[in-house]
Design a protein around this ligand. Structure first.
Ligand SMILES: NC(=O)c1ccc[n+]([C@@H]2O[C@H](COP(=O)([O-])OP(=O)(O)OC[C@H]3O[C@@H](n4cnc5c(N)ncnc54)[C@H](O)[C@@H]3O)[C@@H](O)[C@H]2O)c1
Length: 248
């Protein structure tokens, strides 16, 4: 599955999954523009076909500026991968503030509206494009105490399906990936842990995966490569579960 000469924007490019996605896209020959809150988080990715941009994706003006720059410099935008996100520490609804709800919905769902709108602006005139959103298996297989996060991921999936039908006449494909518990820094945040915590990962999350292992960022990256590639030319509005069976 080659991505030679495809120009692809990846949000959350400095995160656990984002870095693995960028790395596989570069290996397949793509030109990649990574967006994250700081350029520092993407410092490890040093390749001629990679450009790092700092932005809070909720800043529509800044995002618009970045897409315009990419289009001006590369002449096209073939793909968008929405791989940013924040977690919710397990909390009963009565202890969740409205501000916390809005923050999760804004970062995990409203950000998709902002980036998709920009991508579509440049994809429509070319009658071609592929948009992928990393949502979560929790959207369809919830856990207690994560109501705001889960609602934001349900919105992400519905929004992708809505975009898939709206953009099909323009040959723009829109798909979602639902990861199961994945081995990144985010995982511990769901239980309020900080950074890596192997014991917690083994006890709580690994056991919830029928295949018996945590999902690795590279597993998600492989699915992204497939959905971006021309091998998936007839796949749109789909949700690919990369969850070791957690959704069963
Ligand atoms: N790790 C898991 O277990 C898991 C499971 C299912 C789904 N997911 C989803 O996968 C995606 C990637 O998660 P991850 O595990 O790589 O997490 P991560 O915390 O390693 O990476 C997330 C990245 O998003 C960036 N980000 C957050 N808000 C931003 C904003 N407003 N603007 C720009 N960048 C922003 C962060 O700086 C970070 O680099 C997220 O959408 C997450 O919800 C993760």
């Amino acid at each position: 599955m080659k991505l030679t000469d495809k120009v692809i924007v990846v949000t959350g490019a400095g995160g656990g999954m984002g870095k693995a996605i960028v790395s596989q896209l570069l290996e397949r020959g793509a030109f990649v523009v990574g967006i994250d809150l700081s350029v520092d988080s993407m410092n490890g990715i040093q390749q001629p076909n990679f450009v790092a941009k700092a932005a809070d994706v909720l800043n529509e003006e800044r995002v618009s500026e970045i897409f315009a720059e990419v289009h001006q410099e590369q002449g096209k935008i073939d793909g968008l991968v929405n791989a940013l996100g924040i977690a919710q520490a397990q909390t009963p609804i009565e202890e969740v503030s409205l501000d916390q709800w809005h923050r999760l919905m804004n970062i995990n769902a409203t950000s998709l509206f902002i980036t998709c709108k920009q991508a579509v602006k440049y994809m429509k005139p070319k009658n071609k494009g592929s948009i992928i959103t990393i949502a979560s298996i929790s959207a369809v297989r919830p856990r207690p105490g994560l109501q705001s996060y889960i609602a934001s991921k349900g919105a992400a999936e519905s929004f992708s399906r809505a975009m898939a039908i709206e953009l099909a006449p323009h040959s723009i494909r829109v798909n979602t990936i639902h990861p199961g518990p994945a081995d990144t820094n985010m995982l511990g945040q769901f239980t309020g842990e900080k950074g890596d915590n192997s014991a917690m990962k083994n006890d709580v999350f690994k056991q919830s995966v029928p295949l018996g292992e945590l999902i690795q960022p590279e597993d998600i990256a492989s699915a992204v490569v497939y959905l971006l590639s021309d091998n998936a030319r007839m796949v749109t509005g789909a949700t690919l579960h990369v969850d070791g069976g957690r959704g069963l």
